[in-house]
Design a protein around this ligand. Structure first.
Ligand SMILES: Nc1nc2c(c(=O)[nH]1)N(C=O)[C@@H](CNc1ccc(C(=O)N[C@@H](CCC(=O)O)C(=O)O)cc1)CN2
Ligand SMILES: Nc1nc2c(ncn2[C@@H]2O[C@H](COP(=O)(O)OP(=O)(O)OP(=O)(O)O)[C@@H](O)[C@H]2O)c(=O)[nH]1
Ligand SMILES: [Mg+2]
Length: 470
């Protein structure tokens, strides 16, 4: 079912925590009558019915035959003081999957309907408890894989983006009001742009342009970056992969050509969520299977956001390494050349050779590391993260307003275009109502971001990406 079709008045229930053995597990409910329905499945129903909002009641969830299912704490919320703005009861039980499921089933039996995806947050939005930027931030914070991503989501959850949009809206609204007065009561016969002072609206345009520019780096935190470790066989790629993940994920051996299929795992580069790839060592080989692995390495390397090119410093750079780096690694995909960090590995070994100038190889930088002892790995991570940030147009300060989704970016862009259009129309002396229309378009685009004027299909898209119980 689409979120816009959710029945807004049913009492709903959902399991809010993961169904794995845990200390506690939560089943939440919401909607008019939910306290009464919940009381029917609760040992101390009178206490629950009489409980004030924002209080806890201790008791048992009882089966229909009166037998005890689990000992719980019931949190009681009374409308409008709850997350959804409705009456609500949350049962916190022991977090065993069977216990949590049983509580949930008992509540369905008592008359709750199972909630749909994002239905709690949708109700919160519909009841004006949060605007759309905060609702999206709820999902962001659930999906955040790193501290950096979490911090950015928390900023939007506390309303940084909503406030910035509101400020821009206010500026545009007052300009529009002035123009409308002008249209309504023209002093002169001619109501042309001459009467509008665009300077009053430039602050809004500036705000929106800055906001728009934040997306390229925010996107990194939202979507993560692709970091590929490549290099010749035996350079230590799998050792580095394991060291970065802090687990023995890939097979390491001194036999050349150990890794055949590439491996992928999630990692954290200075707060940026990263998809990290270990690849088959690049060499000429008569083995058809290994050759396929090498081709896949080249493909991955050519699609990387950052390429970590590993070299065994006791062997040094070969002509093949130089050729690969100088020409840029080309896979099947004719992607653009990825920025390269050379990792001069095995620094712990005696007989390591002096590193080359990275610039002479078309690489951004070179870091001496030991995948074995861990020396230099944090420098390598910092160098790669720096390149990612730079590529993304620089870091956004966590405490300043920034965009959190492609949808928001598209809407801000529309608003910027509409304002630009208004300015040009004013310069060319267009009639006032043409300018007013541009300003209204800008306001419409901004209203879509906060949810004031968001079409149902966009709401559906936003909320159907949530999980059940959120
Ligand atoms: N147990 C529990 N923990 C939770 C949630 C929840 O729903 N239940 N949340 C769900 O995502 C988040 C917290 N968000 C919440 C937002 C508003 C209200 C709330 O009751 N607001 C009322 C009262 C405010 C007050 O008295 O301070 C209101 O806005 O009127 C509760 C939780 C994370 N932790
Ligand atoms: N002393 C030392 N040995 C290392 C270091 N890094 C890797 N090695 C050793 O080098 C050998 C090859 O390491 P791997 O990580 O398997 O190399 P690889 O690049 O994944 O090799 P392929 O999968 O064959 O392409 C192993 O014997 C590792 O223990 C290092 O920093 N110092
Ligand atoms: Mg390997």
């Amino acid at each position: 079912m689409k979120p816009s079709e959710y029945a807004l008045h049913d009492p709903i229930a959902a399991i809010a925590t993961a169904l794995v053995p845990s200390a506690l597990g939560i089943v939440r409910t919401s909607g008019a009558g939910s306290i009464e329905l919940a009381a029917a499945a609760f040992s101390r129903s009178e206490a629950l019915l009489k409980a004030e909002g924002n209080t806890l009641v201790h008791g048992w969830i009882l089966a229909e035959d009166g037998s005890r299912i689990d000992e719980v704490m019931a949190a009681v919320y009374r409308a409008p003081r709850s997350f959804t703005g409705e009456d609500s009861v949350e049962f916190t039980g022991h977090g065993g999957p069977a216990a949590v499921l049983e509580i949930y089933k008992r509540l369905l039996q008592a008359g709750f309907r199972g909630a749909e995806r994002g239905e709690f947050t949708f109700r919160s939005f519909v009841h004006g408890k949060c605007d759309l930027t905060r609702a999206e931030a709820v999902r962001e914070i659930i999906e955040a894989r790193t501290g950096g991503a979490r911090g950015r989501a928390a900023g939007r959850l506390s309303g940084s983006l909503e406030r910035e949009i509101e400020e821009a809206r206010k500026i545009i609204l007052s300009a529009l009001a002035a123009i409308e007065v002008e249209i309504e009561y023209p002093e002169d016969e001619e109501t042309t742009a001459g009467a509008w002072d665009p300077a009053l609206t430039t602050a809004a345009l500036e705000k929106l342009k800055i906001l728009e520019s934040t997306w390229s780096s925010e996107r990194l935190y939202r979507e993560g970056a692709r970091v590929v470790i490549a290099g010749k066989t035996n350079a230590g790629k799998s050792s580095l992969f394991n060291a970065l993940l802090k687990e023995e994920r890939a097979i390491v051996s001194d036999i050349h050509g150990t890794t055949r299929d590439w491996l992928e795992s999630g990692s954290d580069f200075a707060g940026i969520p990263v998809n990290l790839y270990d690849t088959a060592g690049i060499r000429h080989t008569a083995d058809a299977v290994e050759a396929e692995g090498v081709q896949r390495s080249l493909n991955l390397a050519s699609e990387a956001d950052v390429l970590i090119y590993l070299v065994d410093s006791t062997a040094g750079m070969t002509a093949e390494d130089r050729a690969l780096l100088n020409e840029g690694i080309q896979g099947d995909a004719t992607g653009s050349k990825a920025p390269v960090v050379i990792a001069w590995n095995k620094a712990d070994k005696p007989g390591t050779l002096a590193p080359p100038e990275p610039g002479s190889l078309g690489a951004e930088t070179l870091v001496q590391i030991s995948a074995k002892t861990g020396t230099g790995i944090s420098d390598l991570v910092r160098a790669a993260a720096g390149i990612l940030m730079e590529k993304a147009g620089g870091a956004t300060r966590t405490n300043s307003a920034a965009l959190g989704s492609e949808r928001q970016k598209a809407a801000v862009h529309s608003a910027v275009l509409a304002l630009d259009h208004a300015f040009r129309a004013a310069e060319q002396g267009f009639p006032m109502d043409a300018i007013a229309q541009d300003l209204e378009d800008a306001l419409g685009a901004l209203g879509e971001i906060t949810g004031e004027t968001t079409p149902a299909d966009i709401l559906d898209e936003v909320f159907s990406g949530f999980c059940v119980g959120k």
